[in-house]
Design a binder for this molecule. Structure first.
Ligand code: DO4
Ligand code: MG
Length: 306
């Protein structure tokens, strides 16, 4: 059964359907070009290039997306084994933005790390306008299995596991993926004006492994966001939160993102972190980061100094 409705909130149009499906970008030995596919529970991928899908961003513009995907699933597309393809970040030329201090845990952690900017975090948590910052050009985003970066000039580095909202050019919230908003806490804590340097550098953003479509905001808010960090075969940090703890609605966040600007290719919006490792923890080269969002899947990356 598919239920569908749309509504406007802060200028954002939210299109929601039931019928979750997972979309991915991948490279296969059959083509030199990245392709878009449907990732299935049986660990196979349906290559949508055979039905004329040339890009993820154009696919996300289709009005009855889940209906169209269902019809392609019913047609006899040849499945590829997941093990035979390489998953790529599910983003093309879309800009990636990030909301911050959307969980109480994030506000508390930022206030601890900084002296004179503590009140800024305190205020933005309760302010009408959320913190939203530019995170990455789509072309710079790291995909599943690749290395995320820690800055060579930073001493306190952490991953930020976040639910990411995927919107199309009309501002419709069409899907969800898992994201890592890598951050240098020493740089951010030294002075709030250094935030772009703490957040935007080589390989500072990872997304994947897929985009789940056909899920309402209410359903996505029931998801769990978990992280595990491995070092030398041992788990050195594990944490978990719930998307329901995000203070603002997704419509509100998307609405603020779209104020006075357009996204002709669509955009991705990270929704903030609710898991912060203890203050004495910092990432090291070679660590493994596993971010799992129920409803999306696991995004796994290694860490490299960049
Ligand atoms: O204000 C600093 C960044 C906040 C952030 O990235 C988060 O809360 O996830
Ligand atoms: Mg963040």
């Amino acid at each position: 059964m598919a239920s569908r409705f749309s509504g406007a909130c802060f200028g954002a149009v939210l299109a929601v359907t039931t019928h979750p499906m997972k979309l991915c970008r991948f490279r296969s030995p059959h083509s030199p070009w990245p392709a878009v596919g449907i990732l299935r529970e049986d660990a196979t991928v349906l290559d949508l290039s055979s039905v004329g899908v040339v890009s993820l961003s154009s696919l996300l513009e289709i009005p009855d997306l889940t209906g169209r995907l269902a019809s392609w699933v019913r047609s006899s597309l040849r499945p590829l084994e997941l093990s035979a393809v390489t998953l790529l970040a599910p983003v093309e030329r879309q800009e990636v933005w990030a909301a911050g201090v959307t969980y109480l845990r994030s506000k508390t952690a930022r206030m601890e790390e900084s002296d004179f900017s503590a009140t800024a975090y305190d205020r933005v948590y309760d302010a009408a306008r959320p913190e939203i910052f530019f995170k990455a050009a789509g072309s710079k985003v790291v995909g599943p299995g690749a290395a995320v970066g820690i800055r060579a000039d930073a001493t306190w580095n952490v991953p930020e596991p976040e639910l990411a909202l995927v919107i199309n050019s009309r501002g419709e919230l069409v899907g969800y993926t898992a994201g890592n908003d890598m951050s240098s806490r020493d740089i951010e804590g030294e002075n709030l004006l250094y935030l772009p340097q703490a957040k935007v550098y080589r390989a500072s953003c990872a997304l994947g492994p897929c985009i789940t479509v056909g899920v309402t905001e209410a359903e996505a808010r029931e998801w769990t966001i978990a992280i595990r960090i491995e070092r030398g075969g041992e788990t050195v940090f594990r944490g978990e939160t719930q998307a329901s703890k995000i203070k603002r609605s997704f419509g509100e966040l998307v609405g603020w993102l779209r104020r006075s600007q357009e996204f002709p290719e669509g955009a991705v919006l990270l929704t903030g972190t609710g898991v912060v490792p203890p203050n004495e923890f910092t990432l090291a080269a070679g660590d493994g980061i596993h971010i799992a969002i129920s409803g999306v899947g696991e995004l796994a990356n290694t860490v490299a100094v960049v």
